[in-house]
Design a protein around this ligand. Structure first.
Ligand code: GLU
Length: 256
């Protein structure tokens, strides 16, 4: 059979910090079905860089819920906890380009230093740039590091933390490095991550990585019109399963 380039590689990338809820079901089912229709590949990636919050029982539950929903994915599954060297290399690349600086500001310091009213971006408080002009150490330090964002993203996002203290990476860096590593062409995720997309496309630009096609789906809201959170166990797929729901019921609940 002649080799041909896959034009659709899709991933679902949950963090095993809690049960999958209806919003995850919508992301995973949409991504899986888009990839299938396109004759592509569907991947599940375990985003477990924050080891203090990740639990093996949640990971097992994720696989169980996805299989129950009728989703299949390519194995072996990539775990971000095995990819720390790749993140370090990308981080060093950014440091060598002069795009990073260490920051030791606390949240309270960020709030009090800002003369402007505090604004929130996709990553929390927009950083006022306190540590930006401080002299840099010669070597990349093992502390929290911020990324200098371009002017057009300064007021809405600000300089984000790209390496968290004691972690050597962040959600943004890991996700961009891994999407490129896994040749991901299409990403389906919730509307809540739309504001993070400019961070990801900027990182792809400065790291010389391709940008996948992003599709942000509507959020599943609770009865009060609020978006579902991981801790909202009442909306966990496992809870509905325990109450006797079928995969078809879940599809109906998320509007598929
Ligand atoms: N790991 C993230 C989460 O569980 C999703 C990452 C992404 O889709 O970019 O919310």
């Amino acid at each position: 059979m002649a080799w041909r380039e896959l034009t659709w590689i899709e991933r679902f990338a949950p963090s095993p910090t809690g049960p999958l809820h209806l919003g995850h079901a919508l992301s995973a089912l949409t991504g899986f079905e888009r990839a299938k229709q396109a004759g592509g590949v569907f991947l599940v990636r375990i985003e477990d860089i924050d080891q203090s919050r990740c639990r093996p029982k949640w990971e097992a539950q994720i696989f169980d819920d996805l299989a129950w929903l009728g989703i299949t994915w390519q194995k072996p599954v990539l775990r971000q906890s095995t990819r720390l060297t790749a993140y370090h290399i990308a981080l060093q690349n950014l440091w060598d380009q002069g795009l990073l600086y260490p920051c030791s500001c606390t949240r309270t310091e960020i709030k009090t230093v800002s003369s402007e009213p505090t604004t929130y971006g996709p990553d929390g408080l927009v950083y006022p740039g306190t540590c930006r002009e401080k002299p840099l150490p010669e070597k990349m330090p093992d502390t929290a590091l911020r990324l200098k964002m371009p002017a057009k993203l300064q007021s809405t996002i600000g300089d984000i933390v790209i390496a968290r203290q004691n972690m050597g990476t962040s959600y943004h860096l890991s996700v961009v490095v891994d999407d490129a590593f896994q040749n991901v062409t299409h990403v389906t995720r919730g509307e809540d991550l739309r504001d993070a997309t400019p961070i990801h496309t900027y990182l792809q630009e400065i790291l010389g990585l391709p940008t996948p096609v992003y599709h942000h789906h509507r959020l599943i809201l609770d009865d009060n019109g609020k978006r579902l959170a991981k801790r909202d166990d009442a909306r966990a797929i496992s809870k509905y399963r325990a109450d006797g729901a079928s995969p078809a019921d879940i599809r109906q609940m998320v509007g598929l």
